[in-house]
Design a protein around this ligand. Structure first.
Ligand code: ADP
Length: 454
């Protein structure tokens, strides 16, 4: 299925985007919380050391104006002499040694301007300071490069775990979506087969608890009603055609008797003849309707039969009609066995050849050919007649459809011949196709499954 229209891919995309956003949001929040916690801890450690520095400055014994700074050995241990992450201090005194710094303190620590916030970050260094008196400042700092490296590692971990969870989530989502949509594919396939003609089939509703199961139930009810309507219609057609047979036979007998009675003048004779033609046409119509009804109920016996002798039989039957219309009948017959009912297959040939004669021009030709391909029997009926217009072509297989241009000139035809032919072909699992060139002729091709050459 194509990407933009597939429900499966759209669900998968939405699910993937949501999962990625959720995991991304979770990862970023976790990282921010951890980095804020680290910074708070470092600031607390720095601030704990500030009071030590403040109390380590006192007035000089020699000159009370001057202040001295000296750390007791215990306090000095709070400031490691060197090493990554070592605490350092810098003390600025207005009256006294201007700058005093621990051994590990960088050379270039600028004095913080009074009034600035008590923490600052300079590159990989974090510093905290205090202004104990006007012009005096004590500062404690340390390198945070190791903490930053830890945070970077945490970021990689979060990214890696997030990507793994995303992949797992996508795979699980694909499986779930596939499982959820599988019934739709099953319903589509079953509905397709039912729409293809097998009205007795039903969708499996084992999963009736879900919404899809309920949909399948609704579709099954619809198909049952369609099936019932279709059966009723077929039965009605068959019953009506059957009931009409007897009165029509009686009418034809009486008309025949009337026509042979003595002393019949021209006027009533013409009326009798017109009535006889009409009754004969009605009989053909009822026969066709009965044939269609029988096909719809499909009770015919199937066997393997060769199309070639069927063509010969049909052509012999129709030769008088061809002669009457000055049509040459040509045959090119190779063995071609199709699986089916001989009587119905004979009807296919008769219908197609009789059309090819009827819709031909005087002096035209009808060419009937049988051939075989592996597993398929092929019958081709071509004529040199008037052809079929592109407007009529899609409709000629419909019941009672007749092209307007020929309607007036072909009394006695019902518009059911091709509908019956197609119904027979389809009931045999075959195909009936037509190509036509108006003014040049038409070619009808029947392909039937079977044994091919006999
Ligand atoms: P009909 O009883 O009218 O022949 P069919 O179902 O056999 O009914 O054919 C339907 C219509 O298809 C015909 O009315 C005719 O217009 C057209 N048709 C069928 N076969 C041919 C053909 N060989 N050449 C031209 N038109 C044809």
């Amino acid at each position: 299925m194509k990407f933009p229209h597939s429900i499966r891919w759209r669900l998968q995309l939405w699910y993937g985007v949501l999962l990625a956003l959720l995991l991304g949001g979770f990862g970023v929040t976790a990282y921010q919380l951890e980095s804020a916690r680290q910074l708070r801890r470092i600031d607390e450690e720095l601030q704990q050391r500030l009071p030590v520095l403040v109390k380590s400055q006192r007035p000089s014994r020699a000159n009370r104006e001057i202040r001295e700074f000296s750390l007791s050995p215990r306090d000095a241990a709070l400031f490691d002499p060197q090493g990554d992450g070592a605490f350092y201090y810098v003390v600025w005194l207005r009256h006294g040694e201007p700058v005093t710094r621990s051994a590990s303190a960088p050379r270039d620590v600028p004095e913080p301007p009074p009034g600035t916030p008590p923490n600052r970050k300079r590159g990989d260094l974090r510093e905290t300071f205090l202004f104990p008196g006007p012009g005096d400042c004590v500062l404690v700092g340390r390198s945070v490069s190791r903490d930053l490296a830890d945070l970077r590692l945490l970021a990689w971990w979060l990214g890696g775990v997030g990507a793994a969870v995303l992949l797992l989530g996508l795979a699980g989502g694909a499986w779930l979506v596939g499982r959820a949509l599988r019934p739709i594919a099953e319903i589509t396939s079953a509905a397709g087969k039912i729409a293809g003609g097998d009205l007795t089939r039903r969708i499996d509703t084992a999963d009736t608890g879900s919404e899809l199961g309920q949909l399948a139930e609704v579709l099954n009810t619809t198909f049952s009603r369609l099936d019932a309507a279709f059966t009723r219609q077929a039965r009605f057609t068959a019953d009506a055609a059957h009931e009409l047979r007897t009165p029509l036979a009686v009418m034809l007998i009486h008309l025949q008797t009337g026509l042979t009675s003595e002393g019949l003048t021209d006027e009533p004779r013409e009326a009798f003849e017109a009535s006889q033609r009409a009754a004969q046409r009605m009989r053909r119509l009822t026969e066709s309707l009965l044939a269609l009804a029988r096909l719809d109920s499909d009770t015919a016996i199937h066997a393997l039969c060769d199309l070639a002798p069927l063509v010969r039989g049909a052509v012999e039957l129709l030769r008088p009609l061809a002669l009457q219309q000055e049509i040459t009948l040509e045959m090119e017959l190779r063995p071609a066995s199709g699986s089916g009912n001989a009587e119905q297959l004979g009807q296919i040939v008769t219908n197609l050849v009789s059309n090819a004669i009827s819709y031909n021009r005087a002096g035209g030709t009808v060419h009937v050919k049988t051939a075989s391909e592996p597993g398929t029997a092929i019958l081709t009926v071509s004529d040199t007649g008037q052809g079929i217009s592109p407007d009529d072509l899609p409709h000629i297989f419909e019941r009672f459809y007749r092209a307007d241009s020929v309607r007036s000139g072909s009394a006695g035809r019902s518009g059911l011949g091709l509908a019956i032919t197609r119904a027979i072909v389809e009931a045999h699992g075959g195909t009936l196709t037509v190509t036509s060139e108006p003014g040049q002729g038409s070619v009808f091709t029947v392909r039937l499954p079977g044994g091919g050459e006999m």
